[in-house]
Design a protein around this ligand. Sequence first.
Ligand code: HEM
Length: 222
Amino acid sequence: MKIFGRHFDVHRRNQTALDCSPTAILHFDRSMRAVYANAEARRLLRRLSGESSDIRPTEDQSLAELMETSTLGPVLDSKLQMGPSRSWSVDVECQGRILDLRVTPLRTERGAAMGFHVQIADATEKRVRECHVQQLQAAMDGVTTNIIIVDDDLHITYVNRATVHTLNEHIGDLRKFYPDLDPSALVGRSIDDFHQNPDHQRRLLKNRSIFPYETTLQLGPL
Ligand code: HEM
């Protein structure tokens, strides 16, 4: 494909942006042949073929060769054969690493299939952390103590089963104060929604030196 004039500038700009991207990016043509890998993708492919990724990847190292030697090649090939028309993502295991693949089909202006844009992130540590969080949450779901976890912005990120149970037990009384309270849909809500003067709670909770903090609250008859 020949690219002229202004289109060439745009093409070169896009190419430079992709080359500088910290994300591994690969492009495949319609017949699933790898036609482009940015510097990060080349580094990743080298790592997955057991070579040191510190060696500066050279442009002249054939992409086909890199795909062949890295164990990612066949994995990607089988995933792309599925060829769905919309973007999709999948985790694949490769050389003991968990890779998060995000695949976007590339199309011409007229909608004809051109190939695929594939973004690859090494998600190993992230998935291990997520697994630990799930294990912790499963443990907290098994206890009878009421537990709510919030993020730094005081949005609820987790509510254990005991809390949902307790709130449901008193839902009649609670709805007098919080008409829209749904104990099963607390995740994502701000704790400000439940406080008369949210600044008071925010001031208290900002001061980490008070923890562990204990208090007794009166809410109507509860
Ligand atoms: C369903 C969830 C919640 C409900 C219904 C609720 C309700 C209340 C009520 C009624 C009060 C008494 C004073 C006021 O209304 O402002 C209060 C105080 C307070 N709440 Fe909550 N709250 C909830 C969640 C949370 C969470 C998740 C946190 C902490 C992360 C929190 C922290 C506090 C603090 C620090 C106070 C002030 C205590 C004091 O002055 O000693 N609340 N809450």
